[in-house]
Design a protein around this ligand. Structure first.
Ligand code: ADP
Ligand code: MG
Length: 272
């Protein structure tokens, strides 16, 4: 029997005080797929991932994570299979925490490990940090790291867990160019492993890591297009998604949006 999808949404809608944030969203994410979720501000991206994370309940529709239906499975247990990384998460990490301890804590679903680390735990933490290009920080404290380094450490922490799905909500917010590129490189390597499904939320095309396999375009709470990235992330779809004439260029596996339709002089690069 084929394994169930990591995420299966069937006609999921979400209302806030009578206002629709999501309308009949159906979506499947399978093992090892890496999805870019794209949409303008207010399109419903954060609402959608908060449902996947088990932090919100849909108003109508069906949600299954790893083959288990929300409502039947214990939400807390399901959450241990979903790793979340966002620019705001780091607020609750104690600054004096050591990097290696924080990474290993991912295995236990806690922010602190209250016991000496085993050699095996330390070696595994080191290998995840190496994948993300921050092995040299293993014995530093969180307070000694830049924001971009912290973001990469948080991904290493998620890799230490059993999470089959890693969700990243606009993780490049506030990162400068160098930090962002190091972060995206690390994420490309995680995607290439295909061990976990990734859902990466952004409204900027140049922040989609190279090698991502799929894209979901959201507009006003509805799915405008979803599927393999080459077929979905097109100039025509993006123009509809953002309500602007956009030309999408692909270079070295990455995407760049240029304002102005085909044949128009580019007005501004990387505006989206
Ligand atoms: N807690 C909330 N209460 C009321 N409305 C909300 C709440 N969170 C989000 N919304 C509304 O839901 C819609 C989608 O928001 P959101 O999912 O945050 O979009 P995105 O992440 O794509 O910017 C917006 O219209 C937003 O104003
Ligand atoms: Mg959001």
């Amino acid at each position: 029997m084929p394994r169930p999808p990591v995420v299966r949404l069937e006609r999921v809608s979400l209302e806030f005080e009578g206002k629709r944030a999501l309308t009949e969203v159906s979506w499947r994410v399978r093992e090892g797929e890496s999805w870019a979720m794209v949409g303008a501000n207010g399109a419903g991206k954060t609402s959608l991932i908060s449902i996947i994370n088990g932090y919100r309940w849909p108003t109508t529709g069906k949600v299954e994570i790893l083959g288990r239906r929300f409502g039947e499975a214990d939400l807390r247990e399901l959450r241990t299979h979903v790793g979340l990384v966002s620019a705001y998460l780091e607020d609750w990490i104690p600054p004096s925490e050591k990097v290696v301890d924080l990474v290993v804590s991912g295995r236990f679903g806690a922010t602190r490990v209250w016991k000496p680390l085993t050699r095996e735990e330390r070696a595994e933490a080191r290998s995840h940090l190496r994948l993300l290009g921050c092995e040299e920080h293993i014995d530093k404290t969180i307070s000694q790291l830049s924001q971009g380094e912290r973001q990469r450490v948080l991904i290493a922490r998620a890799l230490m867990s059993e999470a089959k799905l890693l969700v990243l909500d606009e993780p490049c917010e506030g990162l400068d160019l160098g930090a962002r590129e190091s972060f995206l490189d690390g994420l490309s390597r995680v995607a290439a492993q295909r061990k976990r499904a990734l859902v990466y939320v952004t409204h900027r095309m140049d922040e989609i890591p190279a090698g991502f396999s799929h894209a979901l375009l959201l507009k006003e709470g509805m799915v405008l297009a979803a599927g393999t990235i080459g077929k979905t992330l097109t100039s025509a779809n993006l123009s509809r998604c953002f309500g602007l004439a956009v030309r999408l260029q692909r270079f070295d596996g990455r995407y760049y949006a240029i304002l102005g339709g085909r044949g128009a002089q580019p007005k501004r690069t990387n505006a989206l």
